[in-house]
Write a protein that binds this ligand. Structure first.
Ligand SMILES: NC(=O)c1ccc[n+]([C@@H]2O[C@H](COP(=O)([O-])OP(=O)(O)OC[C@H]3O[C@@H](n4cnc5c(N)ncnc54)[C@H](O)[C@@H]3O)[C@@H](O)[C@H]2O)c1
Length: 323
């Protein structure tokens, strides 16, 4: 069978992560690369091959499937043009910025007969797959969630809300999607935010109630240092706490004393520990089997909606209800 031809738009940090992973999968080939800084595409081509293209159109002429790995504000326009060119699309998170663009892209993606997948890699990370398995077998009562960053300086554009759409779109959105994945749909939320280091709200405290009755607190800071673990979920069940520490380990404490079991993923290679290998394999599976991918355009849309509801809650000081 002919190999799926992968085209990558944006060959910076994450574009190269995907390029390396796809170059090792025999079901596809990295066929085309395009970056507004051509030297970046040339560097990637030297390590994984592929035609260095002078435009998006040239890339569309070569590729069957297109990865959108450019900064956040460009996603809607580039992903929409790839769908219009009849391509399968893998769009990095965030799906889009702002509700009008997110609604537009959702309609475009849902009308396409090709695969449209969104890059919420953490859903495939073994630590979160294990958490979901445990929470399917037990009933979670409530949780405390944290998603921090050490800085918004690298890459430079992460500190520019005009490009990111806001800090929540850049970092926090990873665990916003994770909340839905683990705990289901949100019914209402309240939120507080403040501004300290960057020209935007950069510190958040959120309380969410879910349609199931489950509830959680969520803290997110953009300048908390990179102290381990910058990302953590603590779930409280019947005489049980399950907690995750980044994608490194899961700790499960059951019963009436302080005993616990630790599941460590530290020896798993980072690209697999963070779920990138599995999400890229899932994209090829969806193309080859003609099925919906595990993270759809609707999932991407829902994470954008959640970001917007949190900003709205802070702006208005109101409790925000979901439809
Ligand atoms: N899923 C994850 O874990 C994860 C991790 C990192 C980044 N991301 C997301 O991936 C995207 C890229 O992030 P990054 O860290 O790789 O950034 P980066 O700055 O390292 O790379 C972005 C690349 O896109 C190029 N580019 C910019 N505008 C372009 C355009 N219009 N057309 C073609 N190329 C263009 C830049 O020259 C650069 O090489 C962001 O949306 C980010 O949120 C996701």
């Amino acid at each position: 069978m002919a190999k799926i031809k992968i085209g990558i738009i944006g060959t910076g940090y994450i574009g190269n992560v995907h390029a390396r992973i796809f170059s090792r999968d025999e079901r596809c080939e990295v066929a085309a690369l395009y970056d507004i800084k051509p030297e970046r595409a040339e560097k990637t081509a030297k390590s994984v091959g592929g035609k260095v293209c002078a435009s998006r159109e040239e890339l569309f002429a070569v590729a069957d499937a297109v990865l959108v790995c450019t900064p956040n504000k460009t996603h809607t326009e580039i992903a929409a043009s790839a769908v219009a060119a009849g391509k399968h699309v893998f769009c990095e998170k965030p799906f889009s910025i702002g509700l009008p663009d997110a609604i537009k892209l959702l309609h475009i993606a849902e009308k396409s007969d090709k695969v449209f997948q969104v890059g919420h890699n953490r859903r495939y990370a073994p630590v979160y797959v294990k958490l979901k398995e445990l929470l399917t077998a037990d009933k979670a009562h409530s949780a405390h969630i944290k998603m921090n960053r050490g800085e918004l300086k690298n890459p430079v554009w992460t500190g520019d809300p005009e490009v990111t759409g806001g800090f929540l779109y850049e970092t926090t959105i990873h665990l916003f999607d994770m909340m839905r994945f683990q705990f289901g749909e949100i019914a209402e939320l309240s939120a507080y935010g403040s501004q300290h280091e960057y020209p935007e709200l950069d510190e958040f405290s959120i309380i969410c109630k879910f349609k199931s009755g489950f509830h959680c607190t969520f803290a997110s800071s953009s300048d908390a240092s990179w102290i381990f673990p910058f990302e953590r979920i603590e779930v409280f069940c019947h005489h049980r706490t399950i907690l995750t520490e980044e994608m490194e380990r899961l700790i499960d404490s059951k019963g009436f004393d302080a005993d616990y079991e630790t599941l460590s993923f530290q020896m798993t290679e980072k690209e697999e520990r963070w779920g990138y290998v599995q999400e890229d394999a899932a994209f090829l599976d969806a193309i080859l089997e003609g099925v919906a991918p595990p993270v759809t355009a609707l999932d991407g849309f829902k994470s954008v909606e959640l970001v917007e509801k949190v900003y709205e809650a802070i702006r208005t000081g109101e409790k925000i209800k979901f439809e």
